[in-house]
Design a protein around this ligand. Structure first.
Ligand code: MGD
Ligand code: MGD
Ligand code: SF4
Ligand code: MO
Length: 713
């Protein structure tokens, strides 16, 4: 069946679209079963080549969000007495525009800004960046992808000159000889990916997992390196040292395709296996086995997740992983190389179109004069009128209030009070804002501090493109109209722009119109979308960027012949090991690390509303090794008070030999007193601005009988 026939074969009510959650962006079909559009069935799209008919429990239950009773259906304004009152759109938008105007007049344009999201479509990310730069004239726009992909992005840009999470389609996973999943628990965080891993394993491939916990992903591995949290950089350098010692380096590849190896070679001299074993806890035999599997398989790949990336040295760690794969001569070979498993639905596209503090559309740089000229021309302004680089996500939030100088903030698609490090600080800061506007479909912990809440359409109620973890640009089609009272993010941005006196450049009939402008803005940029159209996406099951012209087929695979740096070579970087910002000591003797459950998504703002998911995972539990639990006197299901220098949380204990005895783990999907981020440290990677979500020091004690239910209350 050709793709057109396949589209027609679908029943009239079934619309092909994609899941609202993670970067796997499973193809799904939504069928409206009643005339009101309330009863909607979700099935996985058998024909979509990424998930091939599989989906996880989150995607399959996602339709519950559309008619959810908690859905906000009218704008809300905070009254003098602190209560939220429903108001008309006119009132709400006039109020926001007036406050933005007066804050800018009093404190200057940089006093207002926006916080965006990897949940936003490409069109929204593009228009948000344009709105902040052109209408607010502020440098301050950043987004939650800073918490997610920024270290991998920084590493790939420096090494390859381009950042596309995966340089190949996920189907290449099935063809690789050795797959090393480094700090990714993808069996739980993008479950349908395991079909490719199982295929790889049945073809005789090896799977290595690097994680301080024996996760569902580690359980299917033939080799599990259960390292000490925060020591990934040491381990990666150590593997390179071993590769050099054991003569596994592809000298010919290094000479032809790279630069900077001599400096790197010198820098890993001290990373001898015994030292690395002491630092990381990974036995020498395991180090040797891992590097031999990577080097000696005809094809091999390292895919990283948030484990090594969400550290204050995350971008260096990514460089070390790339160093290793370049030195082994793997990058650009079939089914080989380095890739990052992007997290959010549009984590990839969200970082390409200008909602990042240092970037302009097409992955252009805001500090590059040529890039500024190119975008200013598309936007019809002078290059000088474009503001410069703004603050990174955590720094932006930490600057809210009179001291930091950010007085007004618009939030699109992030529950920052739950998902930011040192959450109590972020909550205090945003409560100091003179204007906090949250655009969302639901109230959450962040809207509690909002002056205005604007209710938005959800993913199935509007069109837009997303760029999945492979760099494949896909199309979300509209399944039903938004409920009366809700507007799209695009409409909100345009209407605010008009009220602030900027009409030109903010008059779009549809998301597709915005996409057409985005295409023009990316032409000639690193992430070139100019040859992509909605129609082409429909016909070809998505199009991989770069796609620089209408006749261009898109680029599923990068680096076969060249890298994106001038001269075409990849660059090695010497990245010496350094410890985490905070390591255990006598006062706070344990590591604390964080991550995810299969059933919940990020801050939980959406999934905590879905009963089927709450039934399976009603609350967070702290994972603790039985030996440590015994020492602390805590039993399964009892309260354990976990305390860091920033706060304390009483979690119920989940006792398990799957975790190291020096480490506690908790998910960050809950807010309030159960927020893991009350404990985390806001140490930031100096290059990427990524917070150290994966490592801090804590102490723990049994809560005692009086407090057993403390976390449930
Ligand atoms: N179910 C579910 N799926 C999701 C999401 C979700 O919230 N829930 N979110 C989506 C998003 S936005 C993202 S970014 C991805 C994230 O996907 P993953 O990267 O798979 O998720 P995490 O659980 O954050 O981290 C992965 C692993 O890192 C390990 N880890 C902790 N500390 C360290 C360390 O120091 N070194 C190493 N090597 N590993 C460490 C943790 O034990 C954890 O198992 O998932 C996406 N998919
Ligand atoms: N301790 C710890 N903290 C972490 C992490 C960790 O591993 N450990 N991971 C970090 C990572 S990787 C990420 S990605 C962040 C994610 O955490 P957040 O940035 O809080 O993201 P979500 O929880 O996905 O919040 C999305 C919100 O956006 C809304 N939304 C969804 N789509 C749209 C839309 O199109 N428009 C608008 N206006 N709103 C929309 C949803 O209803 C929801 O309220 O958390 C980070 N925080
Ligand atoms: S794997 Fe990701 S995209 Fe697929 S259904 Fe689950 S959450 Fe949705
Ligand atoms: Mo993420």
């Amino acid at each position: 069946m050709n793709p057109l026939q396949r589209l027609r074969a679908v029943t009239p009510e079934a619309t092909k679209t994609h899941c609202p959650y993670c970067a796997f962006q499973c193809g799904m079909e939504m069928t409206v079963r009643d005339r009101k559009g309330h009863d909607i069935e979700v099935t996985a799209d058998e024909a979509f080549p990424v998930n091939r008919g599989q989906m996880c429990i989150k995607g399959l239950t996602s339709a519950a969000l559309l008619e959810h009773p908690a859905r906000i259906r009218t704008p809300m304004l905070r009254e003098q007495d602190g209560r939220l009152a429903p108001v008309t759109w006119e009132t709400a938008l006039d109020f926001v525009a007036e406050r933005l105007r007066s804050l800018r007049a009093t404190y200057g344009p940089a006093s207002v800004g926006a916080f965006g999201s990897g949940a936003l479509t490409n069109e929204k990310a593009y228009l948000l960046g344009k709105f902040v730069r052109v209408v607010l004239r502020s440098p301050n726009v950043d987004y939650n992808g800073r918490y997610c992909m920024s270290s991998a992005a920084a590493g790939q840009n420096r090494a390859f000159g381009i950042d596309r999470g995966l340089p190949f389609p996920v189907s290449d996973i099935a063809k690789t000889g050795t797959l090393m999943l480094w700090g990714s628990n993808c069996a739980e965080t993008m479950p349908p990916i395991t079909q490719w891993i199982f295929e790889q394993k049945s073809a005789g491939g090896h799977l290595i997992v690097v994680d301080p916990r024996r996760t569902d992903t580690a359980r299917i591995a033939s080799l599990h390196l259960q390292l000490t949290p925060g020591t990934d950089l040491a381990l990666a350098n150590g593997l390179l040292h071993l590769a050099i010692e054991q003569k596994l380096i592809d000298e010919d590849y290094v000479a032809r395709r790279t630069e900077g190896f001599d400096d790197l070679r010198r820098s890993v001299l001290t990373s001898d296996p015994a030292r690395i074993e002491r630092l990381t806890g990974v036995p020498i035999e395991q180090q040797v086995r891992a590097v031999r599997l990577l080097a000696e398989s005809e094809s091999s790949m390292i895919l990283s997740g948030r484990g090594p990336e969400q550290q204050s040295k995350g971008s260096d760690t990514v460089l070390a992983l790339i160093n290793l794969m370049l030195a082994l001569g793997k990058v650009g070979k079939p089914a080989s190389g380095y890739g990052c498993l992007t997290g959010q639905g549009n984590g990839q596209g969200g970082r390409e179109h200008g909602q990042k503090a240092d970037q302009l559309p097409g992955y252009r740089l805001i500090e590059d004069p040529d890039d500024r000229r190119a975008i200013a021309a598309v936007w019809g302004i002078e290059p000088d009128e474009l503001p410069g680089k703004g603050k990174s996500a955590y720094e932006l939030l930490d600057s809210c209030g009179p001291q930091g100088g950010i007085r007004g903030l618009l939030v699109f698609g992030s529950n920052v009070v739950v998902s930011s490090p040192h959450a109590s600080n972020v909550e205090r800061r945003i409560r100091d804002l003179e204007l906090l506007v949250v655009c969302d479909s639901f109230q959450n912990e962040t809207t509690e501090a909002a002056h205005v809440i604007l209710p938005v359409a959800q993913w199935a109620e509007e069109e837009g493109t997303m760029t999945n973890l492979e760099g494949r640009v896909i199309l979300r089609q509209r399944v039903r109209p938004p409920p009366p009272g809700c507007k799209t993010d695009l409409a909100i941005l345009c209407e605010l722009a008009h009220r602030l006196g900027v009409s030109r450049g903010f008059q779009f009939e549809s998301a597709q119109d915005v996409f057409d402008e985005l295409r023009a803005a990316t032409a000639g940029g690193r992430a070139d979308y100019s040859g992509i159209t909605y129609e082409k996406i429909r016909l070809e099951q998505g199009v991989f960027w770069p796609c620089p012209s209408a006749g261009h087929p898109g680029t599923p695979r990068l680096f076969a012949d060249t890298f994106a740096h001038p001269g075409g070579r990849a660059r090695f970087h010497a990245v010496p090991y350094r410890p985490a910002e905070e390591v255990p000591d006598t006062e706070y003797p344990l590591y604390f690390t964080t991550g995810r459950y299969k059933e919940h998504y990020n801050s939980g703002a959406q999934t905590r509303l879905v009963q089927a998911l709450v039934d399976v995972r009603p609350e967070p539990r702290v994972q603790i090794h039985p030996r440590l639990a015994g020492k602390l006197g805590v039993a399964e299901g009892e309260g354990l008070v976990v305390q860091s220098r920033r706060g304390a949380v009483c979690f119920l204990a989940q006792i398990s030999t799957d975790i190291r005895a020096d480490t506690l783990f908790a998910p960050f999907h809950w807010g309030g007193r159960m927020a893991a981020n009350l404990l985390t440290i806001p140490a930031l990677d100096p290059v990427s601005g990524m917070p150290e979500f994966k490592v801090c020091a804590v102490r723990a004690r049994a809560a005692g009988p009086a407090h057993q239910n403390a976390t449930i209350a």
